[in-house]
Every structure is written in structure tokens, then in C-alpha cells.
Design a protein around this ligand. Structure first.
Ligand SMILES: Nc1ncnc2c1ncn2[C@@H]1O[C@H](COP(=O)(O)OP(=O)(O)OP(=O)(O)O)[C@@H](O)[C@H]1O
Ligand SMILES: N[C@@H](CCO)C(=O)O
Length: 318
């Protein structure tokens, strides 16, 4: 079989979306058309190698064996070999466009782009469900526990609820296509594993009931097209109260966004990125500009007005 070169793109994502800890995730697409996600090229080679380029390449470990892409490669090749036959090696190039430890699903984006690219390169041996299972497993190796709220929206696109059932891991939810999602990465690093370690092991009865009620009401509101009801339950009673102390300027940012009429405001994944939802583009732009000026801490930070990326990851022959 003659192998050809493929390039895959996997978008940034918001894990949790405030109200759905580990269960809800959304894929992002900046409205100005700029890409916001990692890219991976898979190409013919006599032996495996990994090259890393892009604005955040220097933030990754120098040793390719410590890069999640190398784990993706070996995992994929082993799974393929289990299906019989000899598997020819390939090389990969990672364009690391997303900051590490940002709350934008950076490792998930690398994992999804790598596995999507490998699957195309080897002739689509795995179906979408098998791919998603692999993506969750690989992402879990890095963040300390298997959670799909970044890999699933990144791969499938849109707003996704984790169903946790074999053959039905993730459910795509209806979305409001006139919502703008402002995101701002402050530029500091928050390790997902550490941000998970500070959470309490037990949740109170009151918070458990609030969590269940909010998630149920939110899904109902999406299906019935009730924007106001959906926005009214976008609050995080599980992680935000404990994590916000890791995020300098969080309360001021929330106050500003709320003052601008934001429908919701919260931490993207485990932070430090925050997000605000607005129905008006001019207000979304104002929130973006304010966050860029006041929430960003260093030269690595940025802010974008996004909509949901309904397509998810993609791959093409190059
Ligand atoms: N390709 C990769 N992309 C991102 N992180 C990687 C990659 N390969 C290895 N790593 C390592 O994995 C760890 C990722 O940590 P963490 O899960 O906190 O970040 P993240 O996935 O960027 O977080 P977030 O989901 O909040 O954006 C870091 O220690 C990083 O060096
Ligand atoms: N649900 C995960 C997302 C990490 O990006 C968490 O909040 O720990």
C-alpha cells in the first residue's frame, strides 16, 4: 500500500462549560476565521520520528517520548497490529498552536489531531466510537483521569454531553447559533492534574442536587430553545469555588462581563482561560478587549470572540 501525507486540525474546547463538570464540553471557532487548535501531519517514513513546530513548541518537553503524540502513535500502531498484519511506520509533525495548561483542551487537541491523522493515513481502520475511546484513554494518561469533555467536542464539534456508555460515549446537544463565546487565556499555566487534586473528594447534598437540577434543566432548555432558561443554570458548584483562587483577576473579570450583560461567565476546563457568553457581538468584542487588557498576565495571553465549531476535527491529504 502506498501511503500519502495527511494533515489534521483539532479545535480548542471549553471543558465543563461551568455547569457540567467532566460531562459537558464545547468546541471553539474564532469568528475572525483564525485557526485555534493544534495541527498534526502524518507522513511516510522508515521509522517513527516527531518534529514539533509552532508558537508553543518550546513549552513542550524536548524528549519526544514525553510528548503525548508519541504515546498516540504507539497506542494506535499496537491496536492496528492486534487486527493482524504488519504495520509500516510513519513520522509526525506537530504544529503546537495551543498553549499548554491553558484550559483550552491543549493536550486533547494534540491527541485528537494525532489520532484523526493516523486513522486517515492508515485507511480509516477505526470507527468514530473506537476513536473516541482511544482519545479518552490517551488524554487520561496526561491529565490524571479519563474525562472526555475536551476530546469529544474537539473530535465531534459542537456542544457535547458525555453519556458514558459503550457505543454511546458522547451525545451532541442542540446549540444556540447566535451565542458568542468570548475566551481569554491569561498566559499562566495551570496543570489539570493539580487543579483536579485541589477539589474535595466529596460533594455536599445541596451541591449535588444543584448540579443535577442545573444539568437537567440545561439540556431541557437546549431542546426547547429556551435561551434564558439555559443561561440561568450555567453555574459551577463543583470546581469554580475551589479553583478560582488559582486565577488572578477572576472575580474582577466576572464582574466586568456580568456588567456588560454576559449571559454566563466561568472557567474554561481547569483554567486559567475564562469564558463569557453574549448574544450581542459588540458586547462580546468589548468583553474581549477588556479581558485582553485586564485579565491577561503576560505576552503568552490572548482573547478571542468565538462561536461553537460545529464541525470538530478535520483531516485532508496534503
Ligand atoms: N502534545 C502535547 N500537548 C500538550 N501537552 C503535552 C503534549 N505532550 C506532552 N504534554 C504534557 O502534558 C501535560 C499537559 O498538562 P495539562 O493536562 O495540564 O495541560 P493541557 O492539556 O494543556 O490542559 P488544558 O486541557 O487545561 O488545556 C504537560 O505537562 C505537557 O508538557
Ligand atoms: N473536566 C476537566 C477539564 C480539564 O480541562 C476538569 O475540569 O478537570
Amino acid at each position: 500500500m502506498a501511503y500519502e501525507r495527511y494533515r489534521a486540525y483539532a479545535p480548542a474546547s471549553i471543558g465543563n462549560v461551568s455547569l457540567g463538570f467532566d460531562l459537558l464540553g464545547a468546541a471553539l471557532r474564532p469568528v475572525d476565521g483564525s485557526p485555534l487548535g493544534d495541527e498534526v501531519e502524518v507522513l511516510p517514513a522508515d521509522s517513527y520520528s516527531l518534529q514539533i513546530q509552532g508558537p508553543f513548541a518550546h513549552k513542550l518537553p524536548d524528549n519526544p517520548d514525553e510528548n503525548i503524540l508519541t504515546h498516540c502513535y504507539h497506542h494506535f500502531i499496537n491496536r492496528l497490529a492486534e487486527r493482524g498484519g504488519k504495520v509500516a511506520p510513519c513520522a509526525m509533525v506537530l504544529y503546537k498552536n495551543l498553549p499548554i495548561g491553558s484550559g483550552l483542551g491543549s493536550s486533547a487537541s494534540s491527541v485528537v489531531a494525532a489520532l484523526h491523522g493516523l486513522n486517515a493515513y492508515y485507511g480509516e481502520p477505526f470507527n468514530a466510537d473506537e476513536m473516541l475511546l482511544m482519545m479518552g484513554e490517551l488524554e487520561g494518561q496526561i491529565s490524571g483521569s479519563v474525562h472526555y469533555d475536551n476530546v469529544a467536542p474537539c473530535y465531534l464539534g459542537g456542544l457535547v454531553l458525555m453519556a458514558g456508555q459503550v457505543g454511546n460515549i458522547a451525545l451532541s446537544l442542540p446549540v444556540f447559533d447566535d451565542w458568542y463565546w468570548v475566551i481569554c487565556y491569561s498566559g499562566i499555566k495551570v496543570s489539570t492534574a493539580e487543579a483536579r487534586a485541589i477539589l474535595p473528594k466529596m460533594i455536599t447534598m445541596t451541591d449535588t442536587l444543584t448540579f443535577g437540577r442545573q444539568l437537567g434543566v440545561f439540556v431541557h432548555a437546549l431542546h426547547s430553545g429556551n435561551r434564558k432558561l439555559a443561561a440561568s443554570v450555567m453555574q459551577d458548584v463543583i470546581a469554580e469555588p475551589h479553583r478560582k483562587r488559582l486565577l488572578p483577576g477572576f472575580d474582577a473579570a466576572r464582574d466586568y462581563a456580568t456588567g456588560q450583560g454576559a449571559l454566563a461567565f466561568g472557567i474554561s476546563g481547569s483554567g486559567p482561560t475564562v469564558f463569557a457568553v453574549s448574544e450581542q457581538l459588540d458586547r462580546a468584542n468589548r468583553i474581549r478587549d477588556w479581558l485582553a487588557q485586564h485579565y491577561v498576565q503576560n505576552a503568552d495571553g490572548f482573547s478571542h470572540v468565538c462561536q461553537l465549531d460545529l464541525h470538530g476535527s478535520s483531516v485532508k491529504k496534503v
